[in-house]
Unconditional design. Structure first.
Length: 256
């Protein structure tokens, strides 16, 4: 037995209402008063695409402005030259690969790398003391210059002994730069901004390091190892020049 949907008409007489074909049965239960014009809720109306894009652009610009206020222009210029340097700072595995290409035996590669790390460890503490007395900026420029020289010499090295000398000298770069780069960040920004400033510094270094090895490897494969090492040396030289010309000395050093 089928149930028929019924409702009173305008005269109050109940009459059977046939179910419309293809319609939802629940729609037949509605009162005629339900057919009033739907309420318009502006919050439910979709925003046009240009207005939505403009909204997010403005919101992003305001957020970026809030996050970047209070650091000083010198800090951002420093991050810019750090990014240029980091683009040319590929993984050290290419140095070991190059050393093996020019005659260093595979059995000696771990010893060579251990010697590099020994020089790095021995020079780190003196390098930190030197940055306190000479200044961060001169030490960073010197360290980046050592980096450029190391990569340039590796590009044209042809003998195994040359790889030993250059890779051991490469440890000097870390001793000069590792502490000074981070200390320079603290010198350039107010004390209340230092935590976020270190975050920006590590962000820039991370973003630059992502494509650095890929670019180096592509140039190595598509052009030559000499071109790859020459590119890294050129970027290090450009970063050194940018640091000298664009970034001021830290306020602490200016007072001396």
């Amino acid at each position: 037995m089928a149930l028929k949907l019924q409702r009173p008409n305008e005269r109050g007489v109940v009459s059977a209402q046939p179910k419309p074909k293809g319609a939802d049965w629940r729609t037949s239960l509605r009162s005629p008063r339900w057919n009033a014009a739907p309420l318009k809720n502006p919050e439910m109306n979709p925003t046009s695409r240009p207005a939505s894009v403009l909204y997010w652009l403005v919101l992003g610009a305001l957020t970026f402005g809030i996050l970047t206020l209070g650091y000083g222009s010198g800090f951002w210029r420093y991050l810019a030259v750090v990014f240029v340097f980091t683009i040319g700072c590929s993984t050290d595995a290419f140095l070991l690969l190059r050393a093996s290409q020019i005659g260093v035996a595979a059995a000696w590669i771990p010893i060579l790398w251990a010697g590099h790390n020994l020089v790095r460890a021995v020079t780190s503490t003196p390098g930190g003391h030197l940055s306190d007395h000479v200044g961060r900026k001169p030490l960073i420029v010197s360290g980046w210059a050592v980096y450029a020289a190391v990569y340039l010499l590796f590009a044209f090295a042809t003998e195994a002994w040359q790889a030993w000398v250059v890779l051991l000298a490469y440890g000097l770069y870390f001793g000069l730069v590792e502490g000074a780069e981070k200390a320079f960040v603290a010198d350039l920004v107010p004390a209340e901004r230092r935590g976020a400033a270190f975050g920006w510094f590590n962000f820039v270094v991370g973003v630059g390091a992502l494509p650095a090895s890929l670019i180096f490897g592509l140039v190595w494969d598509r052009v030559s190892p000499v071109a790859a090492f020459g590119l890294s040396a050129s970027l290090a030289g450009a970063a050194s020049a940018g640091l000298l010309l664009l970034v001021p000395r830290s306020p602490t050093q200016q007072q001396r």
